[in-house]
Write a protein that binds this ligand. Structure first.
Ligand SMILES: CC(C)(COP(=O)(O)OP(=O)(O)OC[C@H]1O[C@@H](n2cnc3c(N)ncnc32)[C@H](O)[C@@H]1OP(=O)(O)O)[C@@H](O)C(=O)NCCC(=O)NCCS
Length: 164
């Protein structure tokens, strides 16, 4: 299985939109399904303007998900801080693809001069918790009831990594 990465372009948005509209993929994301194509396009524009790095995760040449490095504008006291978001299509779960995508984006973050890298997951997302811990993220805190899914509130667990 070959895992590669390329910057997201407009032609990838349809597939990326399909992936986040899968109920199991979306379950632990902040997005609320159905996610419209226009909101996916708006996100693409927003990331582009902000200089965020959004990559397609390609498995054997097919788009299998995306990984995002959300940066902080230059010239601020927290410009060294960035955060990571990731989503992978269900057929590719549990095969180490997420691990490779995080290693890739951590390297990109280092090249961009990021020092503090943040990642969050919703309580109950044990797959994400295991992966982030294995990769070297450190548990930091818990944002109580920060997520509302349906009529219920859930905690968001925060992790970070310091890049040398
Ligand atoms: C979370 C996600 C990115 C993980 O990607 P992945 O390719 O499955 O990750 P990996 O295969 O590299 O690692 C998955 C880990 O979950 C573990 N795992 C596998 N099946 C599992 C299960 N049923 N329950 C809990 N953990 C499981 C694996 O053993 C592995 O743990 P390890 O790193 O300790 O070996 C992916 O599942 C995904 O996109 N989920 C939907 C969206 C999402 O939750 N995004 C993250 C939001 S914070």
């Amino acid at each position: 299985m070959s895992v590669t990465f390329r910057r997201v372009s407009e032609k990838d948005l349809k597939k990326l939109n399909e992936i986040v509209n899968d109920s199991e993929v979306c379950r632990y994301l902040s997005l609320i399904p159905p996610v419209s194509m226009s909101s996916t396009k708006k996100a693409f524009e927003r990331f582009r303007k902000a200089g965020d790095l959004w990559y397609c995760i390609m498995v054997d040449g097919a788009v299998a998900g995306a990984v995002l490095l959300k940066t902080t504008p230059k010239g601020l006291k927290n410009s060294h801080v960035a955060s990571v978001g990731i989503d992978i299509d269900k057929p590719y779960w549990g095969k180490g693809v997420g691990g490779q995508a995080l290693e890739f984006i951590i390297k990109k973050a280092g090249e961009k001069g990021v020092k503090r890298l943040e990642i969050e997951y919703m309580e109950g997302n044990t797959r994400a918790e295991k992966l982030y811990t294995r990769i070297g993220f450190i548990h930091e805190g818990r944002r109580k009831k920060a997520i509302k899914a349906g009529s219920k509130y859930y905690d968001s667990i925060t992790m970070y990594m310091w890049l040398r």
